[in-house]
Design a protein around this ligand. Sequence first.
Ligand SMILES: Nc1ncnc2c1ncn2[C@@H]1O[C@H](COP(=O)(O)OP(=O)(O)OP(=O)(O)O)[C@@H](O)[C@H]1O
Length: 701
Amino acid sequence: MALSTPGSSRRKLPTGTFDKTPKSLNFTPKSNYATPKIKKVETPASTPECFSSVQVETPVIKKRSSKEKFDEISNLTVAVRIRPMNSKELLCVGAADVVRVRDKDLIIRSQSTGNSNMSTDHIFQYDHIFWSCDENDPLYTSQEEVFFTLGKPLLNSAFKGYNGCLFAYGQTGSGKSYSMMGKNMCETVDIDCETFSGITPRFCRDIFERISKLDKDCICTVEVSYFEIYNEKIHDLLSSSINTNRTPLKVREHPECGPYVVDLSVEVVKSYKELRKWLLIGNKNRVTAATNMNEKSSRSHSIFSIELCLSDEKNGESASRKSKISLVDLAGSERLGNSHNTEEKIREGVCINKSLLTLGKVISALADQKKNQFVPYRDSVLTWLLRESLGGNSLTSMLATITPANTHLDETIATLRYACQARSIVNRARINENPHDRLIRELRSEVERLRALRQDFERSSLSTSSLTSCNESHDEELEGLRNKLKETEGRLGEAQKSWEQRFLETKKSQLKELAEAEKYKAELESKVRIMKTLDSNVKLSPYRSNFLKELEGVLTKENDQLFNNDLIDSLKNWCCKNGLTCTFTSESLVIKDPVEHKQTSVLLSSVNLKGFENISDFVNSLTWTESKNLAKKITKTEIMSSMNNIYQSLASLQPAEDETNLCLLFAKVNKTLQSFEAALLSNAKNNNSQKVVTFSSNVFK
Ligand SMILES: Nc1ncnc2c1ncn2[C@@H]1O[C@H](COP(=O)(O)OP(=O)(O)OP(=O)(O)O)[C@@H](O)[C@H]1O
């Protein structure tokens, strides 16, 4: 579908009450740069009635658009949209349509007071004028065209990494919500309807359409938040408790990121479907909360924010960019006297007006363009939160909405003046990216520029080669360019190298962390396995436990470690080969001969082959006794020391607190061990030398 922006040559003067007075409009200056601040051209007393005076309202605007130190320096883009007259306005006695559009001029005819036959034409100029009064008019601007002109550029910049903001300003009922959200902002059908859908849903839909077309190396995350400011208090529109708990949220200032709303819900969305769900929840919450409090949603400012984070990995290089776009539907800007009569309404009006008044002051201060001019951002929550969008790091647009009805003439002129002033605000936007990515990008574009310059220069010097006198100076310049190019290429190479270095280091440390995590995971898994085995064993009987065997093994292992030298190993091997069994206790080694029914015990510290030809001689030299008399009596200290070792080993297997089943099992094992220790101690105490408890699993059979 072919889309067009208004204000071009196809824009004709709509038919209506002004048709007879075009001549007077010839006073309108062609260029807005030369337009005086407010110029009133008085018609002489003898001027015929059909003529009117002309008041040019467009202030002198120093339009700026450059790149300088910032990535983008540009004025606020300001558009005005005129909605059709509603039935109430049409039914008013003497109702008239007083707004006309011609090219980039918006003309308002006001009846001069005192002389009913005289009128004044107020002429305003904007970046865009949307005439949406009559669908059959060829100049009609649809919802889609409004989005195409205002929303699309913001979307494009957001994907480049620029912050963006679009706010709708105008009196109640002038069409702010219609333009921002759609005809029926709580209805799924209307929010997605081709004809009625507003800027916000179209913006959200386009985000995901763009994401689906991105390169496969590019990862994009989308986060949304939605809140309203009512009576200078912030309410989270995505919170489920908004209608029961209207505790306002606070604003804090981050040293780098600026003001933000504390504890505001931020939802990550992966598709338009998910995003639309949140959008509708927010819209419903806004309306329900307003109805509950007997207020109108038009008395609150709503801010819907989308945060995009794009990371791109190409040819081993990675780059990431972030951007935040705020779509703002401001409260109605009507003045206090018009609709506020009760005390509460007056208070509410003061609060709304505080934000809008401060917004006006902020716009004035910024439009003034004097250096070090104080800008009262902090005087209202709205301006504090929109600080970056007004004169800061953001590409911002304003949509002023008006009615063409003469019944609201004063409000309409106030809105238009406000919008005119806003055009003077200059924003300094930067691509939000990693400083290193920025350096590489800037150096790359510098290299491109210098290369193009050199090529141009070489081409032009070839064509003038006949003029030898020129050649010398050309050669010098060419040499200078070559050197500069070489130097910039060198710097680019360095920057890329150090970036690659950092990239490699980060990858290396990430791999190390990953390996450690894997190791930790394996350890945990083995602990879980042990605990699972324990579970089944402990359930059978605490005294038939493989676990105790394992623990005995742990103790034996510790002893092994204590006396783990070649001699002990050789002794063990020798015993094994000769059909003898070897059992270690904490301090000694018990060797049993199952055939001869004899056994011997030797202190580990006294195993020494000195004076013996071989192990066989050493073993034969030991004192052997009959098996039944040889069981070594365990002392109370030995029991306690062994048990302590068991407890220590067990402690190292302690599971994490959130693993409830394992914790329960762990407690069971601990308890069982305590009973076991008590049994051993009482056994040692009661049986003295007659009964012997050896620390062997056989005991528990
Ligand atoms: N461009 C338009 N075309 C057709 N109808 C419109 C247009 N703009 C607004 N309307 C209608 O005008 C009425 C008021 O519009 P809307 O609710 O958007 O105003 P508003 O400025 O957001 O008011 P409030 O400040 O109360 O929120 C609605 O019924 C809406 O459908």
